[in-house]
Write a protein that binds this ligand. Structure first.
Ligand code: BEZ
Ligand code: FE
Length: 298
């Protein structure tokens, strides 16, 4: 006997445009891990809603598959084009922000980025991390505290930044000195840290791959505003991965990866004081910035 349209073959509803999301979501009913089931079900619902919203053509679907394939092919030991894609879609920042809510009690976090080195060199407080002799000299000072302002003696402050030409040392092996503009500092007994560096400048994220072509096709620029990266750790406290941004940098309001938070922007005033310059070991005049970092207790 012929079946009536819409009546399931064996109790399970068949695929239809109208109920596509429900039918596919139901296929994950038996997922043993409840979190995986929740994530897959929600992903399917949103993905199907998106395809219906734009009425995706077969050609566009093919283009998307090709784009994701090329994104994967652009990944290697040092390059992670999928994270870059997540960055320019604001997903990295959203995940970071959801997972590091501060309740207004600690320094806000932002994206890690691809240029952090796990084995950065230990440096003495006051050391000059600008090894290539380029850029405008800058004294960076700050203090690491807990949420109630208590100094965190011995906190570890990991810093890195791009050079005057807008590149990190790891992007230019053999051009920049190894470990240029990066270092690990141990805060003093008052949680204070200080080091010599340069005024950071804005730079483009790697834009010679599929993500760069996506930015170009959508009329977006690839630039990030001038910043210094920080990872600050102290025993018994939550680590903060963040940036210090320069208040008059271009692209503060259009960061290609949406990393800017108002609370992380600081002035870098010029100090014109030969005696002070001699004291801190920088040529006169020089820039300064102060960046206090507060960590939540674990
Ligand atoms: C960075 O600031 O180093 C960065 C962050 C995200 C993507 C590319 C670079
Ligand atoms: Fe950066």
């Amino acid at each position: 006997m012929p079946r009536r349209a819409g009546v399931p073959v064996s109790g399970r509803e068949l695929f239809s445009e109208e109920h596509s999301a429900e039918v596919v979501a139901a296929s994950f009913e038996g997922t043993p891990d409840p979190r995986l089931k929740q994530v897959m079900t929600s992903l399917v619902r949103h993905l199907h809603a998106f395809v219906k919203d734009v009425e995706l053509t077969e050609e566009e679907w093919g283009t998307a598959v090709d784009f994701l394939t090329r994104t994967g092919q652009a990944c290697d030991e040092v390059r992670q084009e999928f994270i870059l894609l997540s960055d320019v879609l604001g997903v990295s920042m959203l995940v970071e922000t959801i997972n590091h809510r501060t309740g207004g009690q600690s320094t806000e976090s932002t994206v890690l980025g691809p240029f952090h080195m796990v084995a950065s060199p230990q440096r003495e407080l006051g050391a000059d991390i600008a090894l290539d002799g380029k850029g405008e000299p800058c004294l960076v000072t700050g203090q690491v505290t807990g949420p109630d302002g208590e100094p965190l003696a011995g906190a570890v402050v990991d810093v890195w930044q791009a050079n005057e030409d807008g590149f990190y040392d790891v992007q230019q092996p053999g051009v920049q000195p190894e470990y240029n503009l990066r270092g690990l500092f141990t805060a003093d007994d008052q949680g204070r840290f200080w080091f010599r560096s340069i005024l950071p400048r804005y730079y483009p994220i790697p834009d010679d791959g599929p993500v760069g072509r996506l930015l170009a096709a959508t009329g977006r620029h690839p630039n990030r505003p001038a910043h210094v990266h920080f990872i600050v750790t102290a025993p018994g406290h939550r680590t903060v991965t963040t940036h210090l941004f320069v208040d008059d940098s271009p692209y503060l309001d259009s960061d290609a990866v949406f990393g800017v938070k108002e609370s992380l922007v600081r002035a870098f005033p010029v100090v014109d004081d030969p005696a002070r310059a001699a004291e801190v070991g920088l040529p006169n005049p020089f820039r300064t910035v102060h960046f206090d970092v507060a960590l939540l207790r674990e």
